[in-house]
Design a protein around this ligand. Structure first.
Ligand code: OAD
Length: 252
């Protein structure tokens, strides 16, 4: 770790120690060390694929079987992964009053690490819903089946196709997630971890937090669309940097 990074770790620890309201926004990078591929960048899930061919209602309507094949494979892959040190540190911090975690991740690893009350901005890959929104079924429910014996899996209520419980491009973020995430921008420290900050409205939350007076910081090995606008940038992998920050907090 460079001296500059050590200084930034100490600076963030100081801010966190003094804060009564902390909000963390996470993206795919937080799960990279667990073996869950990110969406963009080398080895990313969208590399060589158009997200619009997989992650949109239009793609599903045109070919539900092949969209499901992609999600079924992702679910099997994620089921084999375990939370890493970054998830663990955030789970520990989540026990502090005034802590809120907003995630764009659909993998459920924050919850598996023990974080409660996660604000899921893009839904969950472990949820499903009836594509036809039949009257007998709830909007979403959890189904851990891996792999599904039939693709698309049938709705147990009406026999029509089920859909993955994630938010696709062109769909609206669930109202309660938006409300809770916007409320969470009123905080003392807003920390962005492992997101390229290219997808809105999630990327705008940090800007909103800064506008409300929060100290803003980012943990990411690469510069992002947000880096220049934030108060502090900690360049490095989340599993290492958050571990350092956690230890700096414990040493205080
Ligand atoms: P991206 O794949 O766009 O960005 C991942 C970020 O993680 C990049 O900025 C990497 O530099 C960073 N990264 C990689 N390894 C890391 C590590 N070990 N520690 C910290 N950071 C690391 O993923 P998201 O920003 O989450 O939405 O993508 C946002 C949304 O776009 C996703 O929720 C998904 C996608 O389309 C939907 O599917 C609706």
């Amino acid at each position: 770790m460079t001296d500059a990074l050590e200084e930034s770790v100490a600076a963030l620890a100081e801010r966190l120690a003094a804060a009564s309201r902390i909000t963390v926004l996470t993206g795919a990078g937080v799960s990279a060390a667990s073996g869950v591929p990110t969406y963009r960048g080398s080895g990313g899930l969208w590399r060589g694929r158009r997200a619009e061919d997989i992650a949109t209602p239009e793609a599903f309507a045109a070919d539900p079987g092949s969209v499901w094949a992609w999600y079924d494979e992702r679910r099997a892959e994620i089921a084999r992964c375990v939370p890493n040190r970054a998830h663990e540190v955030l789970a520990t911090w989540s026990r502090r009053p005034g802590f809120r975690l907003v995630t764009q991740n659909v993998d459920g690893l924050h919850e598996r690490a023990g974080t409660e009350g996660v604000i899921r901005f893009h839904g969950s890959i472990w949820d499903v819903g009836c594509w036809d929104r039949c009257a007998a079924s709830p909007r979403r429910w959890r189904d851990d089946t891996v792999p599904f014996p039939e693709l698309p899996p049938p709705c147990p209520h009406c026999g029509g196709p089920l859909r993955p419980g994630v938010v696709w491009f062109g769909e609206v973020i669930p109202g309660d997630a938006i409300e809770r995430a916007v409320a969470a921008t009123a905080c003392d420290v807003f920390l962005v971890v492992g997101t390229s900050a290219q997808v809105h409205p999630a990327a705008g939350l940090a800007v909103e937090a800064a506008r409300s007076g929060a100290f803003t910081a980012e943990v990411n090995p690469d510069a992002t669309a947000l880096s220049a606008a934030l108060d502090l940038v900690l360049p490095g992998p989340a599993e290492e940097v958050l571990d350092r920050v956690d230890r700096a907090l414990a040493d205080r």
